[in-house]
Design a protein around this ligand. Sequence first.
Ligand SMILES: Cc1ncc(COP(=O)(O)O)c(C=O)c1O
Length: 442
Amino acid sequence: MAADRELLERAEAVFTPAYHTYHAIGIDEGKGCRVTDRDGKRYLDCSSGLAVLNIGHNPPRVLERVMRQLPRFVHTGGVYLNETTVEAAELLTTITPPGLDMVFFSNSGAEVVEGALKLARHVSGRQGLIAFRGAFHGRTLGAVSLTSSTSRYRERYHPLLPSVYHAPYPFCYHCPFGCKETGCTLSCLAGLEELLRHTISPREVAAIIIEPVLGEGGYSPAPSPFLAGLRRLCDEHGILLIFDEVQSGMGRTGDWFAALTYGVTPDIMTVAKGIASGFPLSALVSRREIMGKWPAWAHGTTFGGNPVSCAAAIGTIETIRDGHLLENCRTRGAEAMARLRGMKKRFPLIGDVRGMGLMIGVELVNRDGSPAAAACERLLDECLQRGLIIINCGPDRNIVRFIPPISITEAELTEALDILEEALAAVTGAGDISAPAPRHGP
Ligand SMILES: Cc1ncc(COP(=O)(O)O)c(C=O)c1O
């Protein structure tokens, strides 16, 4: 604790509070699913560094690729080509949904979301953009105009990008049309059609952007018929469909991308987070006939496609492919889901367990169904004390996102779920959970 505390004090002196971390520990080493803090305490990391380390910390094949690239050169910018970056793009297009075979590399999720908006507007000649309420697409001004996972992220940044409209996300546990009791009637699709009838003409809509599995906004997969319907609607009106797979991509759902799990192919897809195992890289992917209409100088980047990051991306894809980690994700995901659903029966604090592969949300609710935010904070702390790192999400921060590396072993998964169960027992047996210990960061 002493070394962590000292680091925390130094960090607080030098960083704005906006640069916050979920947990007040400083890590000294990371390997696979485990990290060690500066005081020597070991943790199982089921946050995957914010859904980035899909194959764990310091994966050997990624390090090997990076070490081979480093002494040769580390940067090419937009000045000349290099083989590593071309190879990474070629390899990426072997795992993307059918037809998405051209790439623009950038550095972060928000940056490729911006790129997707620009591409859609440029190619379609239309201005309108539709996103879904509850979605998270990033923090830059264009991306935050789409983001509505919480109004806190938008507060004091207005005016935001004009001609952006929000339709209800098909968040089934909180169905905006109350379908929980009556069964799904795909009212969310009807809600979108209403938007097109009353608020913006479909002829003016460049693109509809959606996270096929809602991430930061609550870890909730969209129902399959909704995404199929969305595809049909976009085709009918010549609207480009963008899947933001920044969080759900790179094996997280048990397929390379959730689009493949659903069997729905978007026109444009954003990829980031897990693509290079922690090295900064993101990719905008689309069809040749769309990308081909985006001329030189219409977009650009200095660092996007950095050869060291691209070497890491090659190592990441090879590790997932050759290590059969998609299969591991599906198997471990099914085990985790079964155990968590068992815990739901024992702990009324758990209102819902949902997800795909190893992208699982555990929503905590009070007896009256209201969000159990304080209990969730407490649960995170109880887990941390016991050596398990997990994080939360949702507008009320009452949803645990269970996102271990997809390379997690059966024994590690059992250990993580044992700790979680013990921590749940501690929280629910603790009596008053309305006033948690203050946490670092907002
Ligand atoms: C779905 C989605 N899109 C975009 C972003 C923004 O990514 P970044 O933080 O790399 O800008 C995130 C980040 O969490 C995300 O989950």
